[in-house]
Design a protein around this ligand. Structure first.
Ligand SMILES: Nc1ncnc2c1ncn2[C@@H]1O[C@H](COP(=O)(O)OP(=O)(O)OP(=O)(O)O)[C@@H](O)[C@H]1O
Ligand SMILES: [Mg+2]
Length: 504
């Protein structure tokens, strides 16, 4: 070993990465020790994902070196990175939807029987074992297409664990996990560390950094600002070095609820997903929907919007009943939905930022058959500024934006349209602290304009900070309705945990 730091598994030195028109990384240093959790934080577009993609060989650096196990490389190719025991769980899942859980877990490195055939039984059995180890009660024969975002994420983690790893990169693994699943994940991470694996953990949730991390590196604008021991830092200090200033009163909640009902939902039922859900949302009101992942919250939003056709019940906007099961009816009645799976449902990845922002509002931005390019540019510009969307230009394909910035584009898309009821599914997942405040400010502004907002969120501080009223769901049913004063972390958790699980 000729490494200067004897226990460093990996040392990245002076890493620079230029894309056409974008300097994503500007001379970043990062080292990873055996058995540590090294957190990587920074605002959307700071370069976190790019840095880790260079380590897995998915991208090649423009400059800099990567030292692994005493050897220095100018770049790594994916096969070489695998060989060196470097695995990653990316922000966007790379599972094959049509294959089963176990097939996905062993895709590309399927074990063989001694007759040279695929060892299906072995794979199913070990897949089961890895998932059990993770505390995930998921049938290995399910198709990935049928899994919730959270479960798909867990399968990704399980997939990475089927290999012999030395370095494991997790790019926002917690984004779609509930508290319960998260503590399971943390348990696994600690076990892996005890085995000497080094983990690079990217997250926008700074409490996780405090809870889990040994060291933390802050990136800002493609530069490494600092690397510190987690025990020597604090959340405010991390925020300061990420955004270069202090942030106070993140939510800035402004009560704006009026008397008139904007959205009313009665006895809405979709077999196996949610049962007999009823509530009203007034103009200017923000209704939070809390619950564990899998409680039926996202399906409920689809049921209201019309993506999913309910078996029973009614949805009415401004007293007008919607024809069930048609998203077009939802849109026509002024309902907007920002889905949880933005890459799948929210965006056209190959199209520009401007196209994505303005497509759903094309009617209001054209004049008869003519588009109004000036108006489209102005609207896009406004959202790019308002949300601090980091893009070299409005013409940049959304595919090339960082995860959090793609997220902001989805929000802008619906807000540009002007809706009277806005359904938000995990609106700030993957969004950095600064942009989170921007999104909250925007929700407040919309509420003041009379928009009724329904927000599904697994982020309890966010639910408590932003909601006028909170509904809790468990196993497809509403188990509690709490006023802003009654809503506490404890009250929500109590109603969220399924009674069957409490007994077990
Ligand atoms: N293939 C690409 N082509 C052009 N620009 C790119 C490409 N990939 C990334 N970028 C740009 O590089 C910068 C860093 O992106 P990166 O995805 O590393 O950010 P991040 O820190 O992971 O952000 P987030 O928290 O939003 O996930 C961004 O400005 C992004 O738009
Ligand atoms: Mg990223």
């Amino acid at each position: 070993m000729d490494s200067a730091v004897p226990d460093a598994l990996v040392r990245m030195v002076g890493i620079t990465k230029n894309y056409a028109g974008v300097a994503a990384l500007k001379g970043v240093d990062l080292d990873l020790r055996a058995g540590e959790v090294h957190c990587l934080i920074g605002e959307n577009g700071a370069g976190k994902s790019t840095l880790t993609r260079i380590l897995t060989g998915a991208e090649q650096p423009t400059q800099g070196t990567i030292e692994v196990a005493g050897h220095t490389h100018n770049e790594l190719r994916p096969a070489a990175a695998h060989e060196l025991g470097i695995s990653a769980i990316y922000q966007e899942t790379d599972l094959v939807p049509d294959l089963t859980v176990w097939q996905n877990m062993y895709l590309g490195h399927e074990p063989r029987t001694r007759y040279g055939t695929l060892d299906r039984r072995g794979m199913r059995r070990s897949a089961r074992h890895v998932l059990d180890d993770l505390g995930v009660g998921l049938a290995v024969d399910l198709r990935v297409a049928d899994l919730s975002a959270a479960n798909a994420q867990l399968v990704q983690i399980a997939k990475a664990l089927t290999r012999e790893n030395r370095v494991l990169i997790m790019d926002e693994p917690s984004a779609v996990l509930s508290d319960h699943e998260l503590s399971g994940l943390f348990g696994i991470i600690r076990t892996l560390c005890d085995r000497g694996i080094g983990i690079i953990y990217i997250s926008h949730r700074l409490d996780e950094v405090i809870q889990l991390g040994d060291r933390v590196t802050v990136l800002r604008d493609g530069r490494g600002v600092e690397t510190t021991e987690v025990r020597d830092t604090s959340i405010p200090a991390m925020i300061r070095s990420m955004v270069g200033r202090d942030l106070t009163d993140q939510f800035g909640k402004v009560p704006a609820a009026r008397e008139t009902v904007a959205l009313s939902v009665r006895g809405l039922t979709a077999a196996g997903r949610f049962q007999d859900v009823s509530f009203d949302v007034r103009h200017g009101e923000i209704l939070g929907i809390a619950g564990l992942v899998g409680a039926g919250r996202s399906s409920l939003l689809s049921g209201i919007f019309g993506d999913l056709s309910p078996d029973d019940g009614e949805v009415a906007v401004e007293g007008q009943r919607l024809a069930g099961g048609s998203a077009r009816a939802g849109i026509a009645h002024g309902i907007g939905l920002v889905p949880e799976d933005r890459r799948g449902a929210g965006l056209v990845l190959g199209r520009s930022v401007q196209d994505n922002v303005t497509l759903p509002s094309i009617d209001s931005l054209s004049w008869g058959p003519f588009l109004r390019p000036g108006a489209m540019r102005r609207v896009t510009r406004r959202f790019i500024d308002d949300f601090a969307i980091r893009t070299p230009s409005p013409a940049q394909p959304v595919r090339f934006l960082s995860g959090g910035n793609q997220q902001k584009v989805v929000l802008a898309k619906w807000l540009a349209r002007g809706v009277s009821v806005l359904l938000l599914d995990e609106p700030t997942v993957g969004v950095d602290v600064g942009a989170k405040s921007e999104i909250y400010a925007l929700m407040n502004r919309l509420a003041e304009d009379g928009v009724a907002i329904v927000m599904v969120s697994s982020d309890l501080p966010e639910v408590l900070g932003m909601s006028d009223r909170v509904i809790v769901m468990s196993e497809g049913r509403v188990t509690a309705e709490l006023s802003r004063n009654e809503a506490t972390q404890e009250a929500i958790m109590e109603a969220a945990v399924p009674t069957s699980a409490a007994v077990a």
